[in-house]
Design a protein around this ligand. Structure first.
Ligand code: ZN
Length: 128
């Protein structure tokens, strides 16, 4: 993921506290170059969801840029950087990386995963 994407993601997640923040990352060849901050329709400290119409709009803008969805991120204001049972149940993009940014400690911690069925596989997340 590009350095500016990482920094913007941390700022976005911190700004949305105590609620969870969520968004999408797009790019080419699996490299996240663009961040799309999304509205957490749940307005909850424990879950997030995105509205269909906002997702459709952003997917259209990604396509115009010649980019594809690379990752879905959300924050855990007080929980570890690991998908919650709720996250696992609602994950429906098996090809996409799920990023969980935990703000529970002094420093933000990022977890990267693939969620397929109910199986969670850790991924290596590369900053460049
Ligand atoms: Zn979560």
């Amino acid at each position: 993921m590009a350095g500016h994407v990482w920094r913007e993601m941390v700022v976005h997640c911190a700004a949305e506290q105590p609620y969870e923040a969520c968004g999408l990352l797009s790019g080419r060849c699996g490299r996240a170059e663009t961040i799309w901050k999304m509205e957490n329709a749940d307005k909850s400290p424990f879950s997030f969801s995105m509205r269909e119409e906002q997702i459709r709009k952003v997917f259209g803008q990604m396509e115009q840029r010649g980019e594809r969805l690379v990752a879905i991120y959300h924050s855990h204001p007080a929980a570890p950087a690991y998908p919650s049972p709720h996250d696992i149940e609602h994950a429906c993009y098996p090809e996409t990386a799920y990023l969980v940014l935990s703000l529970a400690g002094q420093q933000p911690v990022l977890g990267c995963f693939r969620i397929h069925g109910r199986q969670v596989t850790p991924l290596r997340c590369i900053l460049y």
